[in-house]
Design a protein around this ligand. Sequence first.
Ligand code: GRF
Length: 198
Amino acid sequence: MARPLTVAVLFSGRGSNLENLIRHFHGKRFDTKEVRILPVTNRPEAPGIALAARHGLKTRLLDHRNYESREAFDTALAALLEGERPDLVVLAGFMRILTPRFTDRIEAINLHPSLLPLFKGANAIEESFASGMKVGGVTVHRVTSELDGGEILAQRCVPIEPGETLETFTRKIQAAEHTLLPEVIADLLDLTETKESL
Ligand code: GRF
């Protein structure tokens, strides 16, 4: 059996997307390929660490507060990832703006809870909900040093129905994320067998 495909998943908080990816991919075989998820966080208090542990996975922690500058942290994070030789790096709720120290060395994709290029930044769900638009959505895009600005790989619309609340809309956004991100990862890693089960 060849070395497993490694998907590094970077997160900063709750980790529902991390857990969803673990459920979809970790330890699973797709034809001759096996996938392993490598959780990575910048926050020791991130609830996602316990979620990963429940699935038997240890999270690599690089606390950004231990670094004197954004660039120093980004350099260390790039070095950590290079050492793990991941086949794919996925940002899923990783709440850091990344500088070229990282983006010039590491190719990654990011999940964002709006239809980019609308509503970039940390309050995308709230801004999308308050916009008066009849749809919001989710995007997976390549990571560059421009916040939420790289090439769009896939998007899914989420209707904003009459009477919708921020809570119900948020749940629909999360459900769309939990479907779209595994689909994009399966495509990028050519895990064709997974598609029926997604
Ligand atoms: C997701 O909505 C993601 O799009 C955004 O942060 C949230 C992370 O959620 N960037 P979780 O930590 O995966 O539950």
